[in-house]
Design a binder for this molecule. Structure first.
Ligand code: SF4
Length: 369
């Protein structure tokens, strides 16, 4: 795999805590049901302050979940890792969900994208996210360009707490960076505090995000005290490797074949999985004799997310892969069936999501600041 990431080292470098068995047992206890596979399979592996958040919940102090999406194109399956956990937390714990669609940020960050495109992708991405099973009664969306009246009163206060030197250090801004991106730093932090501000009481926040996003939200945590709101807790995922063996399933990789997009037609999905980078050996004979290496395989990485229907199925694939009982072609064929079944079910759920997406968008501030 190209550019393999040492996730333990990254966690140590950022100074976050291990998401270990004790904390998972606590989450299991408050969820009152089996843990989400992304937790049991180690895709989420690090956190900040998750323990106190769960203790508070167990003692009657509810929290909310916040996550977001910068709409520059279609979602791909690695984006589901973040939102699948959010939807599970909402289902199990009944917590409110706040989603931020940053169509403004993508317009400022990508000179090749027009306003119409970021707005259109914002809506398309929102339908895909809501289709993952969010509850219309407990889900609120900040669609930045349309929710600015709701966000701005608090953004004013947040922006005053963030010195330019800090955002420059965290985001690596250059003298040529447009000033929209500078102010966006404040807008991205607002949802973490918005419910506390709106309801006039302290409501803790949990942010599921990629470990690479930790520095951004560390900034949000740093200003929380000064604003009089709780520091948001974080739970971090590893990145999902790309189909061509890149460290991440990124849309900015050289080829669109690196990612499985949710709007890929069935034939394209089939071709991409067929061509995916694996941890298999050069010949069938060698693989039978030596076994394959799942840890470097992009197909195994997909099984590890939502596509293995149970932990026992996932463990069995891993065992058969290592022992040489399973050949990559058969493994890919099985995965393709699972992925195509998900795409069919998602298409239906997406149509339902369209019927309530507009009503979830927050457009008014609860009160002036
Ligand atoms: Fe990957 Fe499956 Fe091949 Fe193992 S058998 S290396 S999991 S494709």
């Amino acid at each position: 795999m190209k550019g393999r990431v040492d996730y333990d080292r990254l966690r140590e470098q950022f100074g976050t805590q291990v998401l270990g068995p004790e904390l998972l047992a606590k989450l299991h206890q408050v969820a009152g049901a089996d843990l989400h596979p992304l937790l049991t399979r180690g895709v989420y592996y690090s956190h900040r302050d998750l323990g106190p958040l769960l203790d508070g919940y167990a003692n009657g102090k509810p929290f909310f979940v916040y996550s977001g999406r910068g709409p520059s194109g279609p979602l791909h399956t690695s984006h589901l890792v973040q939102f699948d956990l959010c939807a599970w937390l909402q289902r199990r714990l009944g917590v409110p969900m706040y989603i931020q669609i940053t169509d403004d940020e993508k317009f400022w960050a990508r000179s090749g994208l027009s306003r119409e495109e970021t707005r259109r992708w914002g809506l398309e991405n929102l339908y895909d996210i809501l289709a993952l099973g969010f509850d219309p009664k407990r889900t609120h969306v900040f669609f930045d360009s349309r929710s600015i009246a709701a966000l701005y009163p608090l953004a004013i206060r947040v922006a005053r707490k963030i010195p330019y030197s800090t955002v420059k250090a965290v985001f690596g801004f250059e003298p040529s960076t447009n000033i929209g991106l500078v102010f966006f730093t404040a807008l991205q932090s607002v949802p973490a505090f918005w419910p506390s501000w709106a309801e006039g009481r302290s409501i803790p926040c949990l942010i599921p995000c990629g470990i690479d996003q930790d520095p951004h939200f560390r900034l949000t945590r740093d200003i929380a005290d000064g604003l009089g709101y709780p520091k948001p807790a974080l739970i971090h995922t590893r990145m999902i490797p790309g189909l061509l063996g890149e460290a991440a399933m990124s849309t900015t990789a050289n080829s669109s074949d690196n990612a499985l997009f949710l709007n890929d037609p069935p034939k394209t999905v089939e071709r991409k999985i067929h061509n995916a980078f694996t941890g298999g050996r050069a010949t069938v004979e060698e693989q039978r004799r030596l076994g394959a290496v799942p840890e470097i395989c992009s197909v195994w990485a997909l099984w590890r997310t939502r596509f293995a229907e149970s932990d026992s199925k996932f463990d069995e694939i891993t065992r058969q892969c290592r022992s040489g009982e399973l050949m990559c072609g058969d493994c890919k064929a099985q995965l393709l069936e699972r992925v195509q079944a998900f795409y069919r079910q998602h298409e239906v759920a997406r149509e339902t999501a369209k019927t309530w997406a507009e009503s979830a968008i927050v457009t008014e501030a609860p009160r002036p600041l």
